[in-house]
Design a protein around this ligand. Structure first.
Ligand code: C5P
Length: 223
């Protein structure tokens, strides 16, 4: 099975309070995007395409291995993945989409996603259980009802797909649709999405606190 990795990295650093694209923010001396690419490669995905913000190609080229392909991303994550998927062409059997915002994903997670695809899954995502009590509130913030948490899962990346299945789903997706992950894109096309175990270390860096926790994780491992 030939798998290609897609790393959407064209987001801004707005919620992180960064003055540069979030994917270029440093964690333990390495930009987040480099961690994400290395995670895919350590897990067995050698061929990687990164979607970068318009006008920032040079900055990304400077921090990534020379054999990583770069494409210009779009205004939304959906548009960025669409651009990278087009660049992937049709030679790969499988695609793993991994957010640059998840730098510390262990290689085991990547390997589990690849194994599920090799076993015949058309779409697979890593998930974790929800440990907090979870509720629905009304417009005033008053609790409306509890949600039974046993069947709930938090969805991570990399998300793995049969390449043609993902390409077909994106082709049929409304141009204006903005979905927050790729599993939602194939589900909108009627595809069943299976799950494998995610990992708590595969945190998503969104706000400054997440970056501080990730720094702690890196320094603990290095000690
Ligand atoms: O904003 P958020 O953290 O949810 O974005 C998830 C991933 O999608 C990030 O790695 C970000 O760089 C990427 N993204 C993108 N193009 C956009 C917006 C987000 O590639 N226009």
């Amino acid at each position: 099975m030939h798998a290609v990795g897609i790393v959407p990295a064209a987001g801004s650093g707005l919620r992180l309070g960064a003055d540069q694209p979030k994917a270029l923010v440093s964690l333990g001396g390495r930009p987040l995007v480099r961690w994400a690419v290395d995670a895919l490669r350590s897990g067995g995905v050698a061929d990687v395409i990164v979607a970068v913000p318009a006008g920032r190609r040079d900055a990304f080229e400077a921090v990534l291995p020379a054999d990583v392909r770069l494409v210009e991303g779009g205004m939304t994550r959906t548009a960025s993945v669409r651009a990278a998927l087009a660049a992937a062409g049709s030679s790969a059997d499988a695609v793993l989409v991994h957010d640059a915002a998840r730098p510390l994903t262990p290689p085991d997670v990547v390997a589990r996603v690849l194994a599920a695809l090799a076993a015949g899954a058309r779409a697979v995502v890593p998930v974790l259980p929800v440990v907090d009590t979870t509720v629905v509130v009304d417009a005033d913030g008053v609790i409306n009802h509890d949600v039974p948490r046993a069947p709930l899962r938090r969805v991570q990346t990399p998300q793995g797909f049969d390449r043609a299945t993902l390409a077909d789903a994106y082709a049929r997706l409304d141009d204006t649709a903005e979905l927050t992950d790729d599993a939602a894109v194939v589900r909108a096309d009627g595809v069943l999405v299976t799950t494998v175990d995610g990992d708590e270390r595969s945190v998503k860096v969104t706000v400054a606190h997440d970056l501080a926790l990730a720094e702690l994780q890196v320094s603990t491992v290095r000690r």
